[in-house]
Design a protein around this ligand. Structure first.
Ligand SMILES: Cc1ncc(C[n+]2csc(CCOP(=O)(O)OP(=O)(O)O)c2C)c(N)n1
Ligand SMILES: [Mg+2]
Length: 547
């Protein structure tokens, strides 16, 4: 057995099913060890996509996804996705190769201090310097990546260690870990505050979307019957609570959902992670906030809770519901605002304008997606519209990144969702800018035989930045570009392609794409004049709610 065999055995011990990679020569021993293992090697066309896929595996399963690259250039291509997983709290293991550390046969060729570059982007970054430590380091890496708050861990395996013969070193067994539940005093304090509140409101944040939390969270909302809104990354976490949903805070203030937020005197913030763009701005005189989370809140200029319930969120919420069920007399105080909030959100959702309005695109996508269908967004202007207007009823059915908010993750994250849930409809929604940042992965998607539809929202521009340029009264300059013929582009990968050229053409195009199976790209032109009309002018004129 050599070092790479031991590494792969340790990964098998952790239940790893696949590794996403762009290998370099420094990884070749590991590649050979994978050959004889139960782990599938999936090569991508850019390291960024490999790591975005591994991170999304972690996000959707709660278990670390694994990706691998070579030293220097390959490892540096992991940087953005490491930050994506760190900010987004997605468990992931990044393995990179390195030149030998015992000799220096190629001097400094391709050598970058990768561990140092990964240190600020991961929960832990470590060079393996002795094969004897592989079993413990791998076990520690998975534990650290998976435990709250989850995130990426980097391991560097130099090629001479990978090649070196090792004696049979026992692997470290796994054991289940239960996180402590919140202290009774914290539960009593929170319960008292909620029972005293006149206008309570629940906010579901990013950590509310942890896969293991879905049922417990839904039970809590159903038992206490307090209306809820969510942050962008908390979207979709309550099943069956549709009549208590008040909206999504896609903007930090002045949106219609803020009519409820501004009036609330108590916000029960479940799993809020301040990596997200603020869902509302706290200030003196605003509502009281109780933070419920796996970890204590981070105190920020715009978020400073008055009480905390820290511990395993699911069981802690059950204990809180035991103290509250049937007793929250003001639970529905804010519920009457619901109808007027939704009336505003559905405005122009069916308008027959061509190019299509963003509202129409969101509306039409919802028509073709079943309840359990998964929409994965890249980053661009349409993300605000989807976060605001797309209704979700099943946890983790709208995957977006409101943490690093990087472009380029939409397609890889949808590919991962499609691999994990081949029986569900999966749609990537990308701008023409973001799609082209990782569009080469169309080849990977076709090669893997995925069923996946990619919708490109086409405005021939970096639309979101162009919009902000306009808001800030800069001249409309410099942010447009040309595009390939997307239909031909898709076809050149062996995928299918279609173009929407009428206002009513999106639903049939998406239906046909899903029914046809395989990888299918649909491009739809968008009329982004709605960005300013609604998100600036209309909301500017909205009368803020009196507290
Ligand atoms: C990797 C990366 N580069 C730049 C940005 C800044 N940025 C945010 S949105 C955006 C424009 C996105 O353009 P596109 O994908 O075409 O979507 P649109 O806004 O036009 O719908 C840019 C450049 C970013 N978030 N991530
Ligand atoms: Mg664009």
């Amino acid at each position: 057995m050599k070092g790479s065999d031991l590494l792969v055995a340790a990964l098998e011990n952790e239940g790893v099913e696949r590794i996403f990679a762009v290998p370099g020569e420094e990884n070749l021993d590991v590649v050979e060890s994978l050959h004889g293992s139960s782990i599938e090697l999936i090569v991508t066309r850019h390291e960024q996509a490999a790591a975005f896929m591994a991170a999304t595996y972690g996000r959707l399963t709660g278990k670390p996804g694994v990706c691998m690259s070579t030293l220097g250039p390959g490892a540096l291509n992991f940087s953005t996705a490491a930050a994506y997983a760190l900010l987004g709290a997605m468990p992931m293991i990044l393995i990179t190769g390195q030149k030998g550390i015992l000799t220096s046969k190629q001097a400094r060729f391709q050598i970058v201090d990768v561990v140092s570059s990964m240190t600020p982007l991961t929960k832990m970054a470590h060079q393996i310097v002795s094969n004897a430590t592989i079993p413990t380091i791998v076990r520690e890496a998975f534990r650290v990546a998976q435990e709250e708050r989850p995130g990426p861990v980097h391991l560097e395996l130099p090629e001479d260690l990978a090649r070196e013969e090792v004696p049979d070193i026992p692997l470290v067994p796994l054991h289940p870990i239960e996180i402590p539940v919140a202290h009774p005093a914290a539960l009593e304090r929170a319960a008292a505050m909620i029972l005293e509140a006149e206008r309570p409101l629940i906010m579901l944040g990013a950590a509310a979307s942890r896969p293991r939390l879905a049922d417990a969270l839904s039970d809590f909302v159903r038992r206490v019957r307090i209306p809820f809104f969510n942050t962008q990354m908390g979207k979709g976490s309550v099943a069956g609570g549709a009549n208590l949903y008040m909206g999504t805070a896609a903007l930090s203030e002045r949106d219609y959902v803020h009519q409820a937020i501004d009036r609330a005197d108590l916000i029960l913030s479940i799993g809020h992670d301040t990596v997200e763009k603020p869902p509302f701005i706290m200030g003196p005189g605003g509502p009281k906030v109780i933070h419920i989370g796996y970890a204590p809140a981070t105190v920020e200029q715009v978020f400073f809770p008055h009480a905390e319930v820290v511990g395993d969120v699911g069981p802690s919420l059950a204990l809180l519901a035991d103290r509250l069920e049937g007793k929250v007399k003001n639970a529905s105080a804010l519920l009457q605002l619901r109808e007027q909030i939704f009336a505003r959100l559905t405005d122009r959702a069916t308008e027959s304008r061509f190019p299509l309005t963003p509202q129409r695109i969101v509306h039409d996508v919802r028509q073709v997606m079943p309840e359990d269908g998964i929409v994965c967004l890249d980053n661009g202007m349409y993300k605000i519209w989807f976060a605001r207007n797309y209704r979700t009823r099943v946890a983790n059915t709208l995957l977006l990144d409101n943490a690093l908010a990087t472009m380029g993750a939409g397609l890889p994250s949808a590919m991962m969702a499609s691999m994990l849930y081949p029986e569900r409809r999966v749609l990537a929604v990308c701008g023409d800018g973001g799609f082209m940042m990782n569009s080469q992965e169309m080849e990977t998607a076709v090669r893997l035989g995925l069923n996946l539809v990619v919708l490109i929202v086409q405005d021939d521009a970096y639309g979101m930045i162009r919009w902000k340029q306009g808001i800030d009264a800069f001249a409309d300059w410099g942010l447009t570009f040309g595009n390939p013929d997307f239909v031909k582009y898709a076809e050149s990968y062996g995928a299918k392609g279609s173009r929407v050229d009428t206002a009513d053409g999106l639903v049939p195009a998406l239906e046909a794409a899903f029914k046809g199976g395989g990888v299918h790209l649909v491009t739809v032109p968008v009329d982004y004049s709605e960005n300013t009309r609604v998100l600036v002018e209309e909301l500017r004129n909205r009368v803020p709610a009196a507290a």
